[in-house]
Each structure stands twice: as structure tokens, then as C-alpha cells.
Design a protein around this ligand. Structure first.
Ligand SMILES: Nc1ncnc2c1ncn2[C@@H]1O[C@H](COP(=O)(O)OP(=O)(O)O)[C@@H](O)[C@H]1O
Ligand SMILES: [Mg+2]
Length: 335
């Protein structure tokens, strides 16, 4: 990989819970518990996983919307973790975020055009000259009509509201756009339109996306690389095609099985994997592999020590001691 635009190194976000009572020891939700990945410029890095696996917390930490407990976040050469105040505000221009619910991220009392203009003002406070034409240009780029600048958020559909959010994000001329379930709240027919728009904007503006979703179809469509999260850690990470053609981790296999159109086994031979039980609490994590309690392939040693994320094929990483490499080929545990 050429020098990555974003590098996340051993990121940890632990939330204190309960406590307050002096006699009780403080406990922590280990929402993100040692996550590392790198995203090359112009690519789309997907993070998938069940609800509660730590995807949103990872995104918020990358955006510096919450303070990491540990680890490093590098945007180009800049250490975002070390940036504060004015320096952080300057860096903020370089990354923008798109949330699941565009209604919640827009001011209901502000006209769409004003929302986008204010984003321009924040970014270029001393260049008011061609601001109005920039707003019109951004509206055109996201497929909104110029006269819609006068409307309020409630006068738009959900898909159109996400277009406003994208126009506001683009106003900053960002390098990285962090998208947290950007189409999950939209009708399926509208989802495709917004995803196509995002792909076009990526090409036209050379954007890099960190794309979070629980929808495997969306991730396969859009992402060049994918990480699978489970209880605060990455359990598997690979280029998209490798991961969808041959998931190696039992958890990834189970996720794919739950979505038959993505399951290589469902299309041919073999049994489907059904997950048993619920994930353990992220407060009292088991020692050893976090997935062992639900894993159909677990053996006693899996509960002893947490396995490392290791590279078993070029660019293909897996956190499972049961994955073997035979004659240079990684063997899925549940074949
Ligand atoms: N502010 C918070 N305080 C305490 N726990 C939190 C907080 N935010 C998230 N969590 C917990 O952290 C874990 C990961 O949450 P989240 O990052 O939202 O997961 P995802 O986006 O994958 O559904 C969950 O167990 C969640 O309950
Ligand atoms: Mg989330």
C-alpha cells in the first residue's frame, strides 16, 4: 500500500460504567479494544459487524468526536490524538462525517442553502466572494435543484436530506469522509441512488471513505477492503473479494451464512453456520478469544488466551488460532 491517508493504531475506547459508589470498583465497557487498520487514499474501507461491536465508537474516535482511551490516529502525517484546540479545528476540515439519520444531523430551522453556505464560511472565512455560486455548484453536484436551497429539512425526503448532508460535507473539501450507516435509514430503492452518488463523488473529488455498515450487500458493493468487528476487536480483515470469496474466521462465516446471497456455501455445497446465543457483555469479557463461547469450532485452548490478528495470506488477516496455513493456503475453519 502507498502511504495510507488514515492509520489507526491500537485504538482503545473504554467507557466507565456504574461505579459512583465509592466501595464499588470502577468498571469499563471496552467498546473498542485494540483496533488497527490503514486506509489508502481514494479507497473505501468498510467495517461490518453486529450491533454493539464497536463500529460507531471507532468512527467517533477517528473523527475525534470522543477522546480515545489509547492508541493513535494518523491522518497523513498528522497525529490527530495529539491535536487540540485550534490545531484540531484546522485538521477538522480534512475529515467529515455522514451519519445514519440525516434529519438529526440537520438544523430543522435552517434552510438547506444556509446549512451548506455556513459550512463554506467555516472553512474559508476570508473568501466570501463566490460563496453563493459555490453553494449552487454543490447542490448540483449532489443532485439537488438550485431553488431547493430555500427549503427547510422537513420539506425534503430522507434521501434528499442525505444529499444535503453530503453537500455540506463536500463544502469543506475533505480528504476523508467517515460514513456511519449512511443509507440504513433509507428505503431500499433510495439507498442505491445515494450509494451511486457517493461513488461518483468519490471519483470526482478523490475522496477516501471509512464506511460503516451492518449491511453486507452494501459493503460488498462499495468497499475495496473490509474489516469484521466483534466485541471491540477486528476478527478478520482483507481485500473485499478475498473476504467474500473465502471468509476464514468462524464469525465471518456465520455472518455470511446469515445473509444467504453472500454465503459461498449456500450457493453450493456445505452446511450453513448458525450463531448460538448472544455476545458476552463488553463489560466482563471472557479471557481468551471473545467469540469462543459462541463458536462452533472452539476448542479448550481458545478460552486460554486471545489470539493475535495474523496475516495468513497477502493482506488477509484473521484472529483465530484454528485457521491453518497449509502449503501457503489458508484453510477456513468451517469449510
Ligand atoms: N457513551 C457510551 N457509554 C457507555 N457505553 C457505550 C457508549 N457508547 C457505546 N457504548 C457501548 O459500546 C459498545 C459499542 O457500541 P457502538 O460503537 O455503538 O457499536 P455499533 O456501532 O457497532 O453498534 C456497546 O456495548 C455500547 O453499548
Ligand atoms: Mg452503530
Amino acid at each position: 500500500m502507498s502511504a495510507p491517508l488514515l492509520r489507526v493504531d491500537d485504538l482503545r475506547v473504554h467507557f466507565p460504567v456504574g461505579g459512583g459508589l465509592l466501595r464499588r470498583a470502577r468498571r469499563f465497557v471496552r467498546a473498542v479494544d485494540g483496533v488497527s487498520f490503514a486506509v489508502a487514499r481514494g479507497t473505501t474501507f468498510g467495517i461490518v459487524g453486529e450491533s454493539g461491536s464497536g463500529k460507531t465508537t471507532t468512527a467517533l474516535a477517528v473523527m475525534r468526536l470522543l477522546r480515545p482511551t489509547g492508541g493513535r490516529i494518523l491522518l497523513g502525517d498528522t497525529d490527530l490524538g495529539a491535536s487540540e484546540g485550534e490545531a484540531l479545528r484546522r485538521e477538522r476540515r480534512r475529515f467529515q462525517m455522514v451519519f445514519q439519520d440525516p434529519f438529526a444531523s440537520l438544523n430543522p430551522r435552517k434552510r438547506a442553502g444556509d446549512t451548506v453556505r455556513e459550512a463554506l464560511e467555516l472553512m474559508t472565512p476570508d473568501d466570501p466572494a463566490d460563496r453563493e455560486s459555490r453553494v449552487a455548484e454543490l447542490f448540483a453536484q449532489v443532485g439537488l435543484r438550485p431553488e431547493q436551497r430555500m427549503l427547510f429539512p422537513h420539506q425534503f425526503s430522507g434521501g434528499q436530506r442525505q444529499r444535503i448532508v453530503l453537500a455540506r460535507a463536500l463544502a469543506a473539501r475533505p480528504e476523508l469522509v467517515v460514513c456511519d450507516e449512511p443509507v440504513s435509514a433509507l428505503d431500499v430503492a433510495i439507498q442505491a441512488q445515494i450509494l451511486n452518488l457517493m461513488q461518483r463523488l468519490q471519483r470526482e473529488h478523490g475522496l477516501t471513505y471509512l464506511f460503516i455498515s451492518h449491511d453486507l450487500g452494501v459493503v460488498r458493493h462499495l468497499c475495496t477492503h473490509v474489516a469484521v468487528m466483534y466485541l471491540g476487536v477486528i476478527v478478520e480483515m482483507a481485500p473485499r473479494d478475498a473476504l467474500f470469496a473465502q471468509p476464514l474466521h468462524p464469525y465471518t462465516t456465520a455472518l455470511w451464512s446469515a445473509a444467504p446471497s453472500f454465503d459461498p456455501k449456500a450457493r453450493g455445497r456445505g452446511r450453513r453456520i448458525r450463531l448460538q446465543g448472544d455476545p458476552p457483555s463488553p463489560i466482563d469479557l471472557p479471557s481468551g478469544c471473545r467469540f469462543a463461547g459462541r463458536c462452533p469450532a472452539a476448542e479448550p485452548a481458545c478460552a486460554q488466551a486471545e489470539p493475535p490478528l495474523r496475516e495468513v495470506a497477502p493482506g488477509h488477516f484473521v484472529r483465530c488460532r484454528r485457521v491453518e496455513v497449509v502449503d501457503g493456503q489458508a484453510q477456513p475453519v468451517l469449510g
